[in-house]
Design a protein around this ligand. Structure first.
Ligand SMILES: [Zn+2]
Length: 148
């Protein structure tokens, strides 16, 4: 038929294999929970969630999982680049399923993040980073309150 043969298994990127070396990734129950959380997280398009919000969704979806597992899973997903963490307040971490470059509105009355397309924010003058550092990225959170 002339189809190219599939690439050999050895061509798999090393990053994927590294996921399996850590103990939690070997645990079947943990893997199931992680997959169920993955469905909840990534099955609905781009969204911004806190651990508590995901915990509520998991409960509603009858996924038996503790809040501690949710935290761990969110941080593991972030470490491998599936999620991006957005710090809005000291106590609250939002996780973004959209890992592309973009900024956020934060609606203070609704505790909700909204995407601002990257091109819509003009950062006037980026500061000079300390010796030996370069700017990795600039995150802008524009806080909104209702007009009084
Ligand atoms: Zn976002």
């Amino acid at each position: 038929m002339g189809f190219p043969s599939p690439p050999p298994a050895a061509a798999e990127p090393a990053a994927d294999r590294s996921l399996l070396t850590g103990c939690p990734w070997h645990d079947v129950k943990a893997m199931r929970q992680r997959m169920a959380l993955g469905w909840l997280l990534f099955g609905k398009g781009d969204r911004h969630l806190t651990a508590e919000m995901l915990y509520e969704e998991a409960s509603r979806a009858k996924v038996p999982v503790s809040l501690a597992t949710i935290y761990n899973t969110l941080h593991q997903f972030t470490e491998v680049g599936l999620l991006r963490q957005v710090a809005v307040e000291g106590s609250k971490a939002y996780f973004d399923t959209n890992t592309s470059t973009h900024h956020h509105f934060f609606m203070e009355d609704a505790d909700q993040l909204l995407d601002i397309p990257g091109a819509d924010v003009v950062v006037g003058k980026t500061p000079v980073p300390p010796e030996g550092y370069e700017i990795a990225r600039v995150d802008v959170v524009v806080r909104l309150k209702r007009k009084s």
